[in-house]
Design a protein around this ligand. Structure first.
Ligand SMILES: [Zn+2]
Length: 463
């Protein structure tokens, strides 16, 4: 018998440590491991490289500032170069899912290099009523924004496919909508992703800071204090406990928020926690200009250390990038920090940052890297063991790492939609050098070699 692909001579990172075996792949799946090299159509040489389960970016915004047929192409390109094999899109639609979801799915199907899934954001009663419909389509996680309402209720929704018009919207995510979403998700058995910032407090904080003519990323951070995160965490956890819903906190980056989460876990709330690479590496004390404006804001160097510590103690489950595919002309449209657009790209640097600042600086182990970047996400979101592990029967999503490779970050490196990156010029040690999605090599040494349309939508069952 001749197999499709064999990855030879790499070190496989498994939950039990490193395994030195060849990986045998057929029809997109791992079919076995061996010491010999069996007959195969393609041999991939992994000498000196580590093979890890394909990273899953749990938190990606694309299709907002360019429509999905273009965004899928550019952002899955960046994803492939950055070693990410599954991107989880945060879909934001303004109206009925029944009217607009299928069009998004059909257009997505032809335009990805890597696999992808969808979390559906909920803004209205109508969308709550259509959560069953999303589940039928393989979308089994929902997102709520606790900070959207009042003076900060302005948001850009995802564009319609083949459109070039920004979808500006005003939304009012009330406590009622939050409570009902959680109740409905609990009855369906789906986790709810929560953006936890108390909007009334944030609106008030921003108003005061503007009146005082404050500026800069420190003012941005103060106006959206970690206390406001803690307040929202408290509120939503009460609903979580009441209805028995699994709460997944996205982008947690402050010591105060983590403390509150620990408290809520002790009260019996079922909670998962995501952080982002920027909460590990950026602080308003170090960062100049407005490029690193994001919600929730980057905090202090001390918070960075607290988050690293929480990773090493397994108090955080996943890392998502909160990647926003935007551009400088949109980003810096205003005159001060208040006028700048929040969010920045990060999918390409996700794995290099964790390798360079985490593994190579002994802050996390390789096994932790695998859990944080892949296994835990696969388990939480119903993709395990298809994704998240290298074992017989799993999809052959494999990213091969060179821990010694050094390279400077630049936005051009990834070929995404964005013309800037907050890590511009930073030298990182440890890079993905081969990205394999279901047995097909899609990127190699900063070049995409895969076929557009190879990436598939991962339909997720309820766990
Ligand atoms: Zn986000």
């Amino acid at each position: 018998m001749t197999y499709d692909v064999v990855i030879a001579n790499s070190h496989i990172v498994s939950p039990q440590g490193l395994i030195d075996k060849n990986i045998i792949i057929d029809e997109g799946k791992i079919v076995g491991f061996s010491h010999e090299i069996p007959s195969c159509d393609k041999k991939i040489d992994g000498r000196g490289l580590l093979s890890i389960p394909g990273p899953i970016d749990t938190h990606v915004h694309y299709g907002v500032y360019s429509s999905i047929e273009k965004a899928a192409k550019s952002e899955s390109h960046a994803s492939a170069i950055g070693g990410v094999t599954t991107m989880m899109r945060m879909l934001r639609l303004q109206k009925s899912f029944k009217n607009s979801l299928q069009d998004q799915l059909d257009t997505s199907a032809r335009n990805h290099y890597v696999d992808y899934t969808i979390h559906a954001s909920i803004f209205s009663n109508q969308q709550i009523n259509e959560m069953d419909y999303c589940v039928e389509k393989g979308i089994t996680s929902f997102k709520i924004y606790m900070n959207l309402g009042g003076e900060v209720g302005h948001v850009y929704m995802d564009m319609a496919p083949n459109s070039s018009t920004l979808e500006e919207a005003v939304v009012d995510v009330t406590d009622d909508i939050i409570e009902m979403t959680i109740q409905k998700a609990a009855s369906l058995g789906c986790p709810v992703l929560v953006h936890a910032e108390d909007y009334e407090s944030c609106a008030c904080g921003i108003k005061t800071a503007k009146e005082k003519k404050q500026d800069g990323l420190s003012a941005w951070s103060e106006s959206r204090s970690p206390e406001f995160e803690a307040k929202a965490i408290k509120t939503v956890c009460k609903y979580g406990r009441e209805y028995g819903c699994v709460i997944y906190f996205v982008h947690i980056g402050s010591e105060r928020a983590l403390q509150q989460i620990e408290e809520e876990k002790n009260k019996g709330t079922k909670i998962f926690v995501e952080t982002c690479p920027h909460y590990l590496t950026l602080s308003y004390e170090k960062q100049q200009g407005y490029l690193a404006k994001v919600m929730p804001p980057i905090r202090t160097k001390k918070d960075n250390e607290v988050i690293w510590n929480a990773l090493s103690k397994n108090l955080i489950d996943t890392i998502g990038t909160d990647h926003v595919a935007n551009q400088l002309k949109l980003k810096l449209g205003g005159e001060n920090v208040w006028g700048a657009l929040a969010g920045f790209p990060g999918i390409g640097t996700f794995i290099p940052i964790l390798l360079s600042e985490g593994v190579n600086k002994n802050r996390i182990s390789l096994e932790q890297l695998v859990r944080l970047s892949s296994s835990n996400a696969a388990k939480i979101f119903g993709m395990y063991p298809k994704k998240g592990i290298l074992e017989k029967g799993s999809d052959a999503d494999i990213t091969m790492i060179d821990l010694k490779k050094e390279n400077k970050v630049s936005s051009e490196l990834f070929g995404g939609f964005s013309d800037y990156i907050v890590y511009e010029g930073m030298n990182l040690k440890g890079w993905p050098v081969k990205t394999i999605v279901r047995g097909h090599l899609v990127a190699e040494n900063f070049e995409v070699v895969g076929k557009l349309g190879h990436g598939q939508f991962v339909k997720r069952p309820i766990i």
